[in-house]
Design a protein around this ligand. Structure first.
Ligand SMILES: Cc1cc2nc3c(=O)[nH]c(=O)nc-3n(C[C@H](O)[C@H](O)[C@H](O)COP(=O)(O)OP(=O)(O)OC[C@H]3O[C@@H](n4cnc5c(N)ncnc54)[C@H](O)[C@@H]3O)c2cc1C
Length: 389
């Protein structure tokens, strides 16, 4: 297989690189790199991309998608991450948007897709519950039909950025007596302002608030907000999760982190020399760089081989390895910072801001091997779907 980029692909890469480095405000990109992005930054970046037709290239073309090859999609994502442009909000661009485009009614498409692409509506994902994570089909949040509405009761958890969300897409149980648990689940869109919806923040180990509990108490939801057919939600969720796992490798972001570690290690004195020249450190960095190149080539092989647009089981392999390398990249940056990483958001202490962010970021990145299907779950998929065990 030839993984060399063609002249057209190189021209496309240059076009993307120029756009991302000149059309998205520099301060937004700096805050992405520093890990201090605000919700307004997400909106600014996504609206800049959307105005140029670059926010939702994976959608059908009639709703703003692009008729690109898988390699072009890969280049778009890689260049965006290399330029430290925040990815379009995944809940909008990779999750609910494609589901509505594929399974929603014409009214739902017209009502939701344009503002979803432009991040005028901020979505969050209401799948997981306290007793339903990896085993998602055991979810209990109920939706009972009452005239033209559903009455929703239950609790979702780990709902990322629900504090900013206008709408939530939920998996709810509409048939508790279905012969299979999966057969009684529906996909429902709920306005977060509806009476009975409560968002409670969960404080994470890094001190930040990015996940929440979302409670539903007799929440009245118009039945027109059901996507597709009642009790067919599990199929739509599988479609969504397939999309969610593609592109989660984040090779571009890990490359940026390693480059940052290299640059900072060159300025860090140890004993008589500098950290970058320490043989153990240099070997560790070189190994990580090689692992990242190997992952990137594997990713290119996978995208080049999935031209039919169907989720490829190899995306589990990319998710697994991508998570490990993202964690390794945050760990090496924390080690470069050393004791300087111990103060946290301490303006009156001389340790630099990047160093103060290094440990919280390392801790925060424990999440990447849990969400979108944990590493253990990915290994099981790899064993059964790729290795045939
Ligand atoms: C930071 C963060 C953000 C998240 N954001 C969202 C969100 O926005 N919306 C949403 O719906 N969910 C979200 N999640 C939830 C996430 O999808 C779940 O945490 C994940 O599916 C794991 O479920 P769980 O936490 O219940 O753990 P469990 O499923 O209880 O797993 C516990 C442990 O057991 C292992 N395990 C479980 N089943 C198996 C198995 N069959 N074989 C081998 N090992 C297994 C797991 O790997 C894990 O190590 C988020 C999670 C995190 C950490």
């Amino acid at each position: 297989m030839n993984l060399k980029l063609t002249d057209e692909e190189l021209a496309f890469r240059d076009e993307m690189r120029t756009f991302f480095t000149t059309q998205v405000p520099a301060e937004v990109r700096e805050r992405t790199l520093a890990g201090t992005l605000t919700s307004e930054d997400f909106v600014t970046a996504q609206q800049a991309l959307n105005a140029a037709g670059l926010a939702v290239p994976n959608w059908p073309t009639e709703w703003g998608g692009r008729d690109w090859t898988p390699v072009q999609h890969h280049i778009w994502l890689d260049e965006m991450q290399l330029a430290s442009v925040p990815d379009p909000l995944a809940f909008n661009a990779n999750m609910v948007g494609p589901v509505i485009a594929a399974f929603g009614s014409q009214e739902q498409k017209e009502k939701f897709l344009p503002p979803t692409a432009n991040l005028d509506i901020w979505w969050c994902q209401g799948f997981s519950e306290p007793e339903a994570g990896s085993d998602l089909a055991s979810l209990k949040t109920s939706a009972v039909r009452d005239g033209d509405d559903y009455i929703v009761n239950g609790q979702k958890t780990w709902t990322t950025l629900a504090q900013h969300a206008d709408w939530i897409f939920c998996l709810v149980r509409t048939d508790p007596n279905a012969p299979k648990r999966q057969a009684g689940i529906s996909f429902l869109l709920i306005d977060m302002k509806t009476p009975g919806v409560t968002v409670r923040p969960i404080k994470l180990i890094d001190g930040g608030y990015e996940v929440n509990e979302v409670w539903f108490e007799d929440v009245r939801v118009p039945a027109e907000n059901l996507v597709g057919e009642e009790n067919a939600g599990w199929g739509y969720a599988k479609f969504l999760l397939g999309n969610e796992r593609t592109g989660v490798t984040r090779v571009g972001s890990s490359k940026v982190r390693l480059a940052q570690a290299k640059e900072l290690a060159a300025q860090t004195k140890i004993g008589e020399g500098i950290l970058l020249e320490d043989p153990l450190f240099a070997a560790r960095l070189a190994e990580l760089e090689n692992e990242l190149v190997a992952l990137e080539l594997t990713q290119l092989r996978v995208v080049a081989g999935s031209a039919d647009g169907k989720p490829n089981p190899a995306s589990s392999l990319l998710k697994l390895r991508g998570s490990e390398l993202q964690q390794a990249a945050t760990e090496i940056l924390m080690d470069v910072a050393g004791p300087d990483s111990l103060p946290f958001e301490a303006a009156d202490i001389a340790s630099p801001a990047w160093a103060q962010h290094a440990t919280p970021t390392f801790l925060n990145y424990r999440k990447v091997s849990i969400y979108s299907g944990s590493s253990e779950v990915q290994r099981t998929i790899i064993a059964s779907s790729i290795l045939g065990l």
